[in-house]
Design a protein around this ligand. Sequence first.
Ligand code: AMP
Ligand code: MG
Length: 418
Amino acid sequence: MTLTPPPLRNDCFALPAGVDWTPVDVALDHLRQTLTPVTLSEVLPLGECLGCVLAEDVHAARSNPPQPNTAVDGYGFAGPVADGPQIMALVTGRAAAGQAYDGEVPHGTAIRILTGAALPQGVDTVILEEDVSSDGEKIAFRGPLKKGSNTRKAGEDACAGDLILPKGRVITPADLALASATGLPELLVRQPLRIGVLSTGDELVESGMQAAAGQIYDANRPMLLALLTQMGFVAIDLGKAADDRTALRAHLDSAASKVDAILTSGGASAGDEDHMSALLRESGAMQQWRIALKPGRPLALGLWKGTPVFGLPGNPVAAMVCTLIFARPAMGLMAGASWAEPQGFDLPAAFEKRKKPGRREYLRARVRDGKVEVFQSEGSGRVSSLSWAEGLVELADGAGEIKPGAPVRFIPYSSFRL
Ligand code: AMP
Ligand code: MG
């Protein structure tokens, strides 16, 4: 059942030639068309499927409900019932959930019935207990009552054979309820995508170590490891690499054999110390993506010995935004998931901003009193802004002038599965 998926094509990151600053949507469409699942599939019991990606369409094994039953506690009989006062004799016995009544209820008589009980033969309608008076031998109530009142039809939720969960879906707690209710004890899911995270830069020091003048503590690696974990991937700490081509090459070589994809930060532009892009270029399967995005700067995307590498910019804000906007849906496809489109909401702005044309912008934002606030600085090194924010405001590619009260698109972090 578990075939090894084909490798990614060498040109999977090749954007159309001749494009200089690529619009965000063009770049996303490209990833969407070229990336394919790289993980194996396995059958897991339902209890282990939460957060896993479905490897095939799932169909109900049994209808839910399997047979007609009552939605309330009350009395069952054959409907409909005409307008006006009614009296019906009660049959002996009762029908309860899990305790079917074997006999047939004769026309014109009623049976005591409790929520979830399968409707006995001769019963298609139920009256609420609260609307009835009873002496234990007969009941009195007032019509009219439509046939089928207070009952659930067989298969009204799902019929045996119905497609209940599509391939590529990330399993939620409610999906587990649906699979279980329709008779499925296990599912065919993808093994999780293993993603290595590497920081690059001579200036980086581990938090807790002594930092010399000019050195900074690594912000990206703990953030990226945690982002990937929350998104349902297996995040693997690859440590940090100096700005040295030989050392970086060794890091990538050892990572490529251990993980399904590599996420690096730093050194992704075209400068003297941008060794990540230089190395990927050497490997022959590298694309420098100049995306019309703020905060963004270039991304270096390539294959290292067949393993995809996402070279993120070093600035923490750009690293996080590029992970949410590009790496998440791209890695989702490699993990076998369907394309992840973050859901945003239009809400009134609590800020003012004039925006230049020609690039998409993401602002660090949060909602207070129903209005969207943005962080006071757009600086791309402001780690505190990422922590302050609870989502992003997405400003369309064209020029724009936002006045307080105007609607803006807010995408909560939770829309990225955070
Ligand atoms: P680079 O993309 O390597 O040119 O780095 C851009 C900026 O991000 C520089 O100011 C770096 O010091 C900073 N930077 C790079 N990597 C990290 C990191 N892991 N944590 C915090 N800042 C970083
Ligand atoms: Mg650097």
